[in-house]
Design a protein around this ligand. Structure first.
Ligand SMILES: Nc1nc2c(ncn2[C@@H]2O[C@H](COP(=O)(O)OP(=O)(O)O)[C@@H](O)[C@H]2O)c(=O)[nH]1
Ligand SMILES: [Mg+2]
Length: 390
């Protein structure tokens, strides 16, 4: 929207999301932003808004003496940050009043894209807002600080010097970490599969440390998926408890069973939970073959002596007392995560980045070093596209 004289009206960027939080932050920037805030802000102290310096914090009310409490701060340039209570209503009130004066709404993702030095920095900033654990945040922070960027620059430099083999090696090295990196934000998915009543739900609860899923002694209680997110060794993991998967399913369980198989096929790791007091079944053998990334859990180990059966290697647990669950958690992590980055190590962290790296790798294999370098420069380092023949 334009103002008289062709000047653009200020842009309003809600910096914190529309969820429930203690505080909400908005940014207003562009021509007249400071004055626009002055139209609404009623400072409580002696500091007048128009006389404020960059960095001053002004506490006051929005719109009227008894309006929303806000803290406003002038930033460099014509920009202001406004903080209010985090409830949806307070935030919406501020946004509506500013939009009514003609401010343009901009989402924070676009704002980051515009302000970041390059696409990697933009993606890292974006990803950091969604990091669920400190460990994930640390890896992403290293990328924000330039670890991944520097690795890409080195590859481009190799190509520039005609060192295509070195460039390929560096690309391979980066790509080997892409699977790990792609899980940083989405987390890893671990699906529990097994016959009804073997203790899947009990085991899930034991891993989580609280009662999340329903445990009953009759088979087939868990008819739908129950998913819970936790952190194992600092990495975000979603644990999915499936329906009691039974060979001769009742109609009501059949849908759940199909869903379970589908979930398990997509999983980063399948926990094949088995009742150690019973025989290792043909169905369990089939599941073992069907899901390539499987960790076998012999649960009800306290009852294992009752029937001695031949069983494949696995982790022994007693879900009801949590015995063996520590070891199980360690095994899950070591099976799920094949690599842990060192401090400041380069890691591609989005699927789009991995795709670009693979594309560059194909170009290099085909002897098209320059095209590979152009791709990396434009799409990852944010250079302007220069050659027309690519
Ligand atoms: N003795 C013993 N009982 C267990 C163990 N784990 C689970 N149970 C019991 O087995 C029954 C079925 O457990 P549940 O977790 O609902 O099995 P699911 O159908 O595979 O989810 C419940 O009565 C549990 O208390 C275990 O390690 N030892
Ligand atoms: Mg269950």
């Amino acid at each position: 929207m334009s103002m008289p004289g062709g000047q653009k009206s200020p842009r309003l960027i809600p910096l914190s999301g529309g969820g429930y939080a203690a505080l909400a932050s908005l940014r207003l920037e562009g021509n007249g932003a400071v004055a626009r805030v002055g139209e609404f802000l009623r400072p409580s102290g002696s500091l007048s808004w128009s006389r404020c310096q960059v960095g001053d914090l002004v506490f006051g009310h929005w719109g009227a003496e008894d309006g929303e409490e806000v803290v406003a701060s002038r930033l460099t340039g014509d920009a202001v940050e406004i903080h209010c209570h985090g409830g949806l209503v307070s935030r919406e009130q501020l946004i509506e009043s500013l939009l009514a004066t003609g401010c343009q709404l901009m989402n924070w993702e676009d704002w980051i894209m515009e302000h970041a030095a390059d696409p990697i920095e933009a993606a890292a900033t974006n990803a950091l807002t969604r990091a669920k654990t400190t460990k994930v945040a640390m890896v992403l922070h290293d990328q924000l600080r330039g670890a991944f960027r520097e690795a890409v620059v080195r590859i481009v430099d190799h190509v520039g010097k005609g060192e295509n083999r070195e460039a390929e090696e560096s690309l391979d090295h980066l790509l080997a970490k892409a699977r790990f990196g792609s899980h940083l934000i989405s987390g890893w998915r671990v699906v529990l599969v097994g016959h009804p009543n073997v203790g899947k739900s009990s085991l899930l609860n034991a891993v989580l440390g609280y009662e999340r899923s329903i445990v009953l002694s009759g088979p087939g209680t868990t008819r739908d998926m129950v998913a819970a997110t936790t952190a194992l060794d600092g990495w975000p993991v979603e644990l999915v408890d499936t329906a009691g998967v039974r060979a001769e399913a009742e109609a009501v369980e059949e849908a759940g069973m199909r869903l379970a198989i589908h979930e398990a096929t997509d999983a980063d790791l399948v926990l094949l939970v088995s009742d150690a007091s019973r025989r290792w079944t043909d169905q369990e053998k089939r599941w073992q073959r069907q899901f390539p990334r499987t960790l076998i859990v012999h649960n009800k180990w306290d009852l294992a002596d009752a029937v001695s059966t031949e069983r494949p290697e696995g982790v022994e647990t007693i879900a009801t007392t949590s015995s063996g669950v520590d070891r199980l958690c360690r095994q899950i992590v070591s099976r799920m995560i094949d690599f842990t980055p060192q401090s400041q190590e380069a890691v591609p962290f989005t699927d789009a980045q991995a795709k670009l790296l693979r594309q560059a790798q194909r170009e290099l294999h085909a002897g098209e070093g320059e095209r590979a370098a152009d791709l990396l420069k434009v799409e990852l380092l944010g250079h302007r596209r220069c050659s027309q023949n690519t």
